[in-house]
Ligand binder design. Structure first.
Ligand code: SF4
Length: 555
């Protein structure tokens, strides 16, 4: 603090207003005159010289050190005299911007400070947030202030049956999670908005629809980073004791245990966790984050519609890329907390089996976090182009599965298929009688022609092992060109639920035309035709389904 206003020193004004000053509160008066500001700047100069090893007089290096490492700014409060201007110009020359509450001329980026140099006319209730933003300060939340224990130790914890206080999603209700980018002024960092009933408003054993909307803003934030932040929701919520989270996007699933509810855990705390941890782990790519939580049906459905449109755009970004053209694939080991030997290898033509990560997302995630779960995997020598096996990929799988697996075939369901984890959007299973495969998505709850419902299938094959005859995959993958190419490709698909067929209808039609069978979607049976192999076989014969004349799928 320096200077005075209308004859009263800054420090005196604070004391009069009952504000405690001194080193304890970091409110230190450098002197009664405006020129005392120089002591604050001298302090920064000392820091650059002592900690940065910069020689006295080397003003350019001191500026760079201060700009990059001393996160200071000036707040001229009240009428700005010529002397104030002169001092503010000095601060700017040390990389410290000035944020004023009066309408003085603004100086926007010119290359000395990180962003703007002078920002003016900022109301008092916004001035701190604006200063933080203009100076490029990053928020760090050291501890996650929630009423239950929090940490990776609780990541694999299950909440079952009698222990459930609240359940959202998982096919019982609608649930969606969506990260979206907003303009700086639209986001208030740390704000958490709850619309609809809270945990405390419903009895134990309740079910609620749920939409978690995370709105981020930042100078470095790009839409390409949205899926990366969104995929963190899964493991971050699992860090909370008594909270179980499965899935992602519009097929997420959350359970809150009775013990967590008794300790005071509320849905509001989802926002607290995401604000703290996203800042901690990904603060480099955004500046502000606010969370909106909806538990009312119409609101949740509205979010689902908006999010689905965005999911479609994200998925389409890799359209047109081929596996052959990429030397590097990416790994994802995010799901190893539930399936310790599971490794997703993500190529341009094979998205992660949860549907949340494609090759582009993994590339962006690696650039943000080079030691994270998405590592580049150099393909190396081709071992089998048709089945999708490469030497470099095998070596990576061996290491990442801790020696449990030494290879898999990315394009096969029959021959050493990829591992599956419980997050998969769909499971494909071989139907020997029909010489093809069926696909079931997480949202379909009924029996399927392989004799198992989705939940049983996911439990059986989702533990991170390679199970010939079964493979987990994303909905998007079904129409990607390499989908089970080693076993004959999409022409093997003989059954899928009507809801899934309708959801992927447009891409399925395009893919059918590409393989030269434009009416292929009509040849695929669904539950209206039958739910056993015996029931669907006559339909396939009548339609002349191509699988019936292909090589035997069982080899
Ligand atoms: Fe990553 Fe695969 Fe899990 Fe998706 S399913 S988060 S891509 S490991």
């Amino acid at each position: 603090m320096g200077g005075e206003y209308n004859g009263k020193r800054f420090a005196e004004q604070l004391v009069e207003a009952g504000v405690q000053i001194g080193w304890g509160t970091r409110l230190v008066s450098f002197g009664p005159d405006t020129s005392a500001t120089v002591f604050a700047m001298g302090f920064a100069t000392r820091a650059a010289m002592s900690f940065g090893g910069i020689e006295a007089g080397d003003y350019r290096k001191i500026l760079i050190y201060n700009k990059d490492r001393i996160f200071a700014f000036a707040l001229p409060l009240g009428y700005v005299t010529d002397e104030w201007y002169a001092n503010a110009a000095g601060a700017i020359n040390w990389g410290f911007p000035a944020i004023a509450d009066t309408p003085i001329p603004e100086v926007l980026p010119t290359g000395i400070c990180t962003y703007e140099h002078v920002v003016s006319n900022v109301p008092h209730d916004k001035i701190v947030a604006r200063a933080v933003e203009v100076r490029g300060l990053k928020t760090a939340v050291a501890e996650v202030p929630i009423p239950v224990a929090f940490g990776p130790a609780f990541e694999g914890e299950r909440v079952r049956g009698e222990d459930i206080y609240l359940e959202c999603g998982g096919g019982r209700t609608n649930m969606v999670e969506w990260v979206t980018t907003k303009r700086m002024e639209e986001v208030e960092d740390g704000k958490i908005e709850m619309v609809g009933p809270e945990i405390t408003d419903v009895p134990a054993g309740s079910r609620l629809p749920l939409a978690i909307v995370v709105e981020v803003a930042g100078r470095e934030m790009s839409e390409d980073n949205e899926p990366i932040l969104e995929r963190q929701i899964h493991h971050l919520l699992n860090y909370a004791q008594g909270i179980m989270h499965i899935g992602q996007r519009d097929i997420a699933w959350l359970r809150v245990s009775k013990a967590a509810a008794e300790r005071g855990f509320k849905l509001h705390h989802i926002g607290v966790i995401l604000h703290a941890k996203l800042h901690q782990d990904f603060g480099r790519i955004f500046d502000k984050v606010q969370v909106k939580i909806y538990t009312e049906d119409d609101k949740v459905n509205e979010v689902i519609q908006k999010a689905r449109a965005v999911y479609g755009e994200r998925d389409a970004r890799i359209e047109g890329m081929s596996d052959e053209a990429a030397d590097t694939y990416y790994s994802c080991t995010l799901c190893q907390s539930f399936a310790p030997t599971h490794v997703c290898i993500i190529s341009p033509e094979r998205t992660g089996l949860c549907g949340s990560y494609n090759w582009m997302d993994c590339k962006a995630a690696y650039e943000i976090n080079p030691t994270g779960p998405n590592q580049p995997v150099s393909k190396g020598e081709v071992i089998d182009a048709k089945l999708g096996q490469w030497k470099g990929v095998n070596e990576f799988i061996f290491k990442a599965s801790r020696g449990n697996l030494d290879h898999y075939n990315m394009y096969s369901i029959m021959n050493d298929p990829p591992t599956t984890c419980g997050c998969c959007e769909c499971v494909a299973a071989v139907l020997p009688l029909c010489n093809g495969i069926m696909i079931v998505n997480r949202g379909y709850k009924e029996e399927t022609p392989c004799g198992m419902k989705f939940t049983t299938l996911a439990r059986t094959v989702g533990g991170g092992v390679s199970t010939p005859g079964f493979v987990g995959h994303s909905k998007y993958s079904i129409c990607q060109r390499k989908f089970i190419m080693g076993d004959g490709g999409i022409k093997r698909v003989v059954w899928m639920p009507k809801m899934l067929k309708e959801e992927i209808a447009e891409r399925l039609k395009a893919r059918a035309e590409e393989i030269g069978i434009p009416n292929f979607p009509d040849m695929i049976a669904d539950e209206t035709v039958g739910t056993t192999e015996e029931e669907i076989l006559p339909f396939l014969q009548e339609k002349g389904h191509p699988a019936l004349t292909m090589d035997p799928i069982l080899g």
